[in-house]
Design a protein around this ligand. Sequence first.
Ligand SMILES: NC(=O)c1ccc[n+]([C@@H]2O[C@H](COP(=O)([O-])OP(=O)(O)OC[C@H]3O[C@@H](n4cnc5c(N)ncnc54)[C@H](OP(=O)(O)O)[C@@H]3O)[C@@H](O)[C@H]2O)c1
Length: 339
Amino acid sequence: MKIAVYGASGFTGGLAAAELGRRGLSPVLVGRDAERLRKAAADAGVAGAEVRVAGLDDPRALAAAFDGCDAVLNAAGPFALWGEPVVRAAIAAGCHYLDTAGEQVYIRHVLDTAGPDAERAGVTVVPAMADDGGPGDLIAHLTARELTTVADLLVVDARRPGAASRGTARSMSAVFDAGPLEYVGGTWRPATGGGSWIAVPGEAEQVSLTPFALPGIVTVPRHVPAGRVRSGIRTEVAELFASLTPDVVDSVPEVLDQEARSTNRWLMLVEAVDDAGRRARGWATGPDAYGLTAVIAVEGARRLVAGGAPAGALTPAQAFDAADFLDALAPHGVTWQIA
Ligand SMILES: NC(=O)c1ccc[n+]([C@@H]2O[C@H](COP(=O)([O-])OP(=O)(O)OC[C@H]3O[C@@H](n4cnc5c(N)ncnc54)[C@H](OP(=O)(O)O)[C@@H]3O)[C@@H](O)[C@H]2O)c1
């Protein structure tokens, strides 16, 4: 199985190349700079892996760089700036496509527009296969299944403040600036209402939440017929995102060392309420947000290539069996529960 990693010279792309190597899959490292890609291959423990150079401004070269690959895993963000040419080239090359995007405007654009071309090419496009968008969408699907109707569904990224890469800081600063969204009555609109409080598994005190547009805002309504879908993050984390001026972003380290990664636990929490006020709650959690993002994206790529997902542009829960996918992450320390 041959998987191209676009943006393989970056932090997340390098982790994805390493994960592919660990699984005995063949990574092809693709990006705009041969030297950085070769260094990334060596750092990822796949020094012999193929390196192909293609910038984003040449669609033919980009599609040629994906030629013969089964899937493209895109880790070059911010995706709102750089994502579209990679999606288009992957489809043109007849490859399945996934990415690690957390930017809701971009994710919505891909889900809204890439489907017809992907169907014609017989490939599946799944944006948002990272530690928030992947498990968040999957656990929302499993939680909503507990109710016969869903009046309101809240997706929460309940992780505590922790180290992030410069690429994440740059992307999340843009999401913060775009403002929070909510899904109401079949459409998206700026989120109304302010902060709230929520009980988080494993924590004695309620946690303060601030509305924030997580990927679930655009993915969950595509498979859960909910009246309203909202999302939020811890107020402490929202305050950090609000402080991300361009100078601050440039001062964030490009990569996290092993110690920072080991303390970087993620937790996606979903609460759903039906028309009669009955509640369901579910969560998925795991260690090492960046390492797990690589595992989630690679597992998704492996499943797409193995077959079973329909062609088109799909959310994680539309493309994969939610419980089976989360169970497959157990060896990496991921647990999940519906209460
Ligand atoms: N949602 C989540 O939970 C989650 C988790 C992990 C990552 N992510 C997302 O994944 C993305 C990558 O994060 P990161 O920390 O890995 O970032 P990074 O280390 O800065 O890597 C960015 C990659 O994109 C490439 N790139 C940037 N601009 C480019 C351009 N104009 N043309 C071609 N390639 C370009 C870079 O190539 P060069 O080396 O040539 O500059 C590099 O390979 C971010 O958007 C981040 O938010 C999300």
